[in-house]
Design a binder for this molecule. Structure first.
Ligand SMILES: N[C@@H](CCC[C@H](N)C(=O)O)C(=O)O
Length: 323
């Protein structure tokens, strides 16, 4: 069968988008898992951190499901939601859409460019919960805030939060990528504490409402950035009194930069986080795929979005100079 694919990225967290809204490819979850594992392989395939499947919805304008590169399906993906949101709004000919995700229907909206002429979208991340059962995290208290998890590390203090996918966040003076990889891998092997795995982020405060975030993603590994992690990190710095709710926080990462704004929800005394950033198209093409011999797929590239990529390189350079 022939499947149209679109390569996109949000802060260089990259995804292959497959439109099941307009096309009936007859996919079921087993096939989606096979497609994801084969097409996301960076050595012998297109390569990506995950696949975004765009589908029709009975509750919202459209639905998106994200599969991590290892074939697992998480509850949510912030960078992916901006890319899916751009695609859905373009498909529907609008600037705004409500998108169904596994746990909530979320708002996606085109917004002012984050830098130069870069197409920018904002998404409202939630529901947010500090209740350890929502991750889940096996712990003897209801919440874990700025505390050591002895099985993971004797010295790093973590906060656990679901966005609604599971995150633990630690604030450090300097980020050592090898340590992020080591602790991230360990946390995801520690099933007695994190039965469903966890995204692990290290955060450095740069002052002046700026932070740098590096994440080890469940189901992927180290990525250039993770949207829900950057939203969680912004929230945690507000809880620690480093940053402030209702004020833009610039979040730098290895793939560029986004802006987050933490909203305090008066009615529930909870939070949501507004995540603003690029939704960039890289190339489109088709994949000739036979599920009986998945490894023998043939990919043909059709269009390269060179202007978008060139504009994004300028943002990357700016973000590097801002660290
Ligand atoms: N990259 C994402 C998060 C994707 C899901 C994550 N790996 C998980 O398993 O929870 C983002 O931008 O939020």
């Amino acid at each position: 069968m022939k499947i149209d694919v679109l390569k996109t990225h949000g802060s260089c967290n990259d995804f292959i988008l497959i439109d099941e809204y307009s096309n009936d490819y007859g996919l079921d979850d087993e096939k989606r898992t096979v497609l994801t594992k084969v097409l996301c392989d960076r050595k012998d395939s297109i390569g990506a951190d995950g696949i975004l499947f765009i589908q029709k919805s009975e509750k919202a304008d459209a639905k998106y499901r994200i599969f991590n590169s290892d074939g697992t399906e998480p509850e949510m993906c912030g960078n992916g939601l901006r890319c899916a949101g751009r695609y859905i709004t373009e498909l529907l000919g609008r600037d705004h859409a409500i998108v169904e995700t596994l746990k909530a229907n979320l708002d996606v909206q085109r917004t002012e460019n984050i830098y130069g002429d870069i197409q920018t979208f904002e998404v409202l991340i939630g529901p947010v919960s500090f209740d350890v059962h929502t991750l889940p995290l096996i712990h003897d208290q209801e919440t874990l805030e700025n505390k050591v998890i002895p099985e993971l590390s004797p010295e790093l203090a973590f906060t656990a939060v679901s966005m609604p996918n599971p995150h633990i966040i630690t604030l450090v003076d300097d980020i050592d990528q090898d340590q992020v990889a080591e602790i991230g891998k360990k946390a995801n092997e520690l099933k007695s504490v994190f039965p469903k795995g966890v995204n692990v982020s290290f955060v450095k405060d740069l002052g002046d409402s700026k932070i740098f975030v590096q994440t080890y993603e469940r189901g992927v590994g180290i990525t250039n950035s993770c949207g829900t992690a950057m939203s969680a990190a912004s929230l945690i710095t507000c809880r620690l009194g480093i940053n402030h709710p209702e004020k833009d926080i610039t979040v730098l990462n290895n793939g560029g930069m986004v802006r987050c704004k933490v909203n305090e929800l008066k009615e529930s005394s909870g939070y949501s986080v507004l995540l603003k950033g690029n939704a960039t198209y890289v190339f489109s093409g088709t994949v000739e795929f036979d599920f009986n011999s998945p490894e023998e797929f043939v990919f043909e590239q059709e269009e390269e979005f060179t202007q978008e990529e060139a504009s994004y390189r300028k943002l990357e350079a700016y973000a590097k100079s801002a660290v």
